[in-house]
Design a protein around this ligand. Structure first.
Ligand SMILES: [Zn+2]
Length: 63
Protein backbone atom coordinates (compact mmCIF):
# COMPACT_ATOMS: atom_id res chain seq x y z
CA UNK A 1 0.00 0.00 0.00
CA UNK A 2 1.20 3.48 -0.84
CA UNK A 3 0.55 6.65 1.10
CA UNK A 4 -0.20 9.59 -1.15
CA UNK A 5 -0.46 13.21 -0.07
CA UNK A 6 -3.96 14.41 -0.89
CA UNK A 7 -2.74 17.96 -1.48
CA UNK A 8 0.47 17.81 -3.52
CA UNK A 9 0.00 14.20 -4.79
CA UNK A 10 3.46 13.05 -3.72
CA UNK A 11 3.81 9.47 -2.48
CA UNK A 12 5.89 8.22 0.43
CA UNK A 13 8.99 6.27 -0.57
CA UNK A 14 10.76 5.33 2.64
CA UNK A 15 11.48 8.63 4.33
CA UNK A 16 11.22 10.57 1.07
CA UNK A 17 8.11 12.04 -0.52
CA UNK A 18 8.30 11.99 -4.30
CA UNK A 19 6.06 12.71 -7.24
CA UNK A 20 4.87 9.45 -8.74
CA UNK A 21 3.69 8.58 -12.21
CA UNK A 22 -0.09 7.96 -12.03
CA UNK A 23 0.40 4.89 -14.22
CA UNK A 24 2.71 3.37 -11.61
CA UNK A 25 0.00 3.87 -8.99
CA UNK A 26 -2.74 2.23 -11.04
CA UNK A 27 -2.19 -1.24 -9.56
CA UNK A 28 -1.53 -0.36 -5.93
CA UNK A 29 -3.77 0.48 -3.01
CA UNK A 30 -3.45 4.15 -2.13
CA UNK A 31 -4.00 5.55 1.33
CA UNK A 32 -4.42 9.30 1.34
CA UNK A 33 -2.73 11.45 3.93
CA UNK A 34 -0.46 14.44 4.21
CA UNK A 35 3.23 14.75 3.47
CA UNK A 36 5.20 16.61 6.17
CA UNK A 37 5.15 19.90 4.26
CA UNK A 38 1.42 19.82 3.63
CA UNK A 39 0.75 18.51 7.16
CA UNK A 40 2.56 21.51 8.61
CA UNK A 41 0.52 23.81 6.40
CA UNK A 42 -2.70 22.02 7.27
CA UNK A 43 -1.97 22.11 11.01
CA UNK A 44 -1.18 25.80 10.76
CA UNK A 45 -4.52 26.42 9.08
CA UNK A 46 -6.35 24.28 11.64
CA UNK A 47 -4.64 26.10 14.49
CA UNK A 48 -5.62 29.41 12.96
CA UNK A 49 -9.21 28.20 12.65
CA UNK A 50 -9.67 26.86 16.15
CA UNK A 51 -7.16 29.09 17.88
CA UNK A 52 -5.45 26.53 20.10
CA UNK A 53 -1.83 26.93 19.03
CA UNK A 54 -0.85 26.80 22.69
CA UNK A 55 -2.24 23.26 22.97
CA UNK A 56 -0.90 21.77 19.72
CA UNK A 57 2.59 23.28 19.52
CA UNK A 58 4.17 20.23 21.15
CA UNK A 59 2.46 17.76 18.83
CA UNK A 60 3.56 19.49 15.63
CA UNK A 61 7.21 19.34 16.67
CA UNK A 62 7.45 15.58 16.02
CA UNK A 63 9.06 14.61 12.68
ZN1 LIG B 1 1.88 17.23 0.26
Amino acid sequence: MVVQCCLCKKVRNGKQWVLADPIELADVRISHGYCPACAAQAFAEIRALIGVSRLTSNVAASP
